[in-house]
Write a protein that binds this ligand. Structure first.
Ligand code: PGA
Ligand code: ZN
Length: 413
């Protein structure tokens, strides 16, 4: 693979914040890639390089100068070789010099270029090189958004409807459930007021959170679970998951606060166990803060079949995944390429996760673009699941739509 030109430009993500789009040209072939951005980030994530005003012009400069000088004009055997060269050029442990956003933009684009030049779908090119077995991931659909993604209208960050099987069978279920949930939430908000005027109805349309899921406000902790469980009951095999994103629930006295009530770590663990016993749970992500490894371990030991997922705890980083393995802290790892800053390392994180006998759940970020790389990636590595948000935002739907396309491609290759 030979790259003739590298350029980058600023685009806006779904929160209207600047991010990077990279363009690579090789002969007649032109590919693009753009980089998502998180809000509830772990402190061990690779560094997203931003200017003092939040812009990405320094990162763009790094792509167009140093990285372009490195990658153009020579022959690359694989995109992994190119990733390794960019990591060496950066020279820091967390990509703080060139920026994980700069490096990842080129890394994803290089994967796309390699696939185009080989004339195979992106997912297939990744799987062939990584030696993974492609398979459709379970859909983790973020149907109710809370926490930092929705001004804490709900305490937990994500209330997910989980459905597995062929994507072409899972998606109609997801569409139906999302619509029904919206209707139920609207009825709930209408019945909580005595006025039935049209204006009030319009005002009370259920708001959306950052990831295209509904964001109602409930004072009762169980309410979102009751609503989701009723919909799960109509679909055998479906289940519930949450991302507590507990970093953002910490209070000043060593515990956590949910809807104005304080919990010690032990009380919060008891709450999760109670929820698991009452509702059809599949997994819990980041139940405790990223520093509370021991609390993860205790919950994992008591959670039975329910999967405990590390996100801010592990940040797609091999050293953090190894730390979690030694502690027996989790049974699944969230995989976000921009937490580590290159596709090569994200694949290594998946392979480590699988070697531990754990599940890998590949994930978008709360600030997204129309790039659907994560769908190809999740399918290529045979991930247990994919988190790509709710169905109320175009950039989220595009990931699920790409999975539908992949399913068709897989039938013909
Ligand atoms: P983020 O949230 O993209 O804002 O970090 C996603 C998550 O916590 O899983
Ligand atoms: Zn998370």
């Amino acid at each position: 693979m030979k790259i003739d030109s590298v350029s980058a430009q600023q685009i806006l993500d779904t929160r209207d914040r600047p991010t990077i789009e990279v363009t690579l040209i090789s002969g007649e072939t032109i590919v693009h890639a753009s980089v998502p951005s998180g809000k509830s980030t772990g402190s061990h994530e690779a560094v997203e390089l931003r200017d003092a005003d939040g812009g990405v012009s320094t990162a763009i400069g790094n792509v167009e100068c140093e990285i372009a000088a490195l990658v153009t004009g020579r022959q690359w055997e694989t995109p992994d070789e190119l990733d390794a060269a960019m990591i060496a050029l950066d020279g820091t442990p967390n990509k703080s010099r060139l920026g994980a956003n700069a490096i990842l933009g080129v890394s994803i684009a290089a994967q796309r270029l390699a696939a185009e030049l080989a004339g195979v779908p992106l997912w297939r090119a990744i799987a062939l090189r990584a030696g993974t077995t492609p398979a459709a991931p379970r859909l983790y659909l973020n149907f109710m958004n809370g926490g930092e993604h929705a001004d804490y209208r709900l305490p937990f960050q994500e209330y997910l409807f989980v459905v597995g099987g062929k994507t072409s069978e899972a998606m109609p279920i997801a569409e139906r459930v999302f619509k029904k949930l919206g209707e139920r939430l609207e009825r709930e908000s209408r019945s909580s007021t005595s006025t039935e005027s049209v204006e009030v109805e319009l005002l009370q349309k259920v708001p959306m959170g950052d990831e295209g899921g509904y964001s109602p406000k409930f004072e009762e902790l169980d309410k979102p679970f009751e609503l989701l469980a009723a919909l799960v009951a109509e679909h055998p095999g479906a289940s519930i998951a949450i991302d507590a994103a507990a970093n953002a629930l910490r209070n000043d006295h060593g515990g956590y606060t949910l809807i104005g009530r304080d919990y010690t770590p032990d009380e919060l663990r008891a709450l999760y166990l109670e929820l698991i016993s009452k509702f059809p749970f599949h997994s819990i992500e980041d139940p405790f803060a990223e520093t509370a490894t021991e609390d993860f371990t205790k919950l994992t030991a008591e959670a039975g079949e329910v999967i405990i997922v590390g996100d801010d705890l592990t940040v797609t980083n091999p050293a953090r995944i190894e730390m979690a393995r030694e502690a027996g802290a989790i049974t699944a790892v969230l995989i976000k390429p921009n937490q580590i800053g290159s596709v090569k390392e994200a694949i290594e994180a998946v392979q480590m996760t699988h070697a531990n006998g754990w599940a890998a759940v590949c994930s978008h970020r709360s600030g997204e673009t129309d790039d659907t790389f994560i769908a190809d990636f999740a399918y290529a590595v045979g991930a247990h699941g994919i988190k790509a948000g709710g169905l109320g935002q175009k950039e989220r739907r595009e990931k699920y739509e790409r999975l539908l396309e992949i399913e068709k491609e897989a039938e013909t290759v």
